[in-house]
Design a protein. Sequence first.
Length: 89
Amino acid sequence: MNSAFQTVMGWLTDGKVFQGLMVAGLIKLVSLGFGLQEQSLQTQQRLTVISQDLAVLQKDVDQLNRVSAANQVHTEYFLARLDKLEQKR
């Protein structure tokens, strides 16, 4: 047991354990970076789809606004005709 302790202490004093931990930490950071990059790509793809959906919805809203405006014109026209007919009575 004493030799195991001396071996570990030798590693610590040689810096080998610290270097191993640093390498392991760097590997973990790189893998986390790739994971974040993948998540970022997926998020960007989702945002692209959402943006496309919003563009389609905006076109629908524009179409509804045009139809609504046309209906308003027709309603005003028919109300004016109705008023004229009532005045003739």
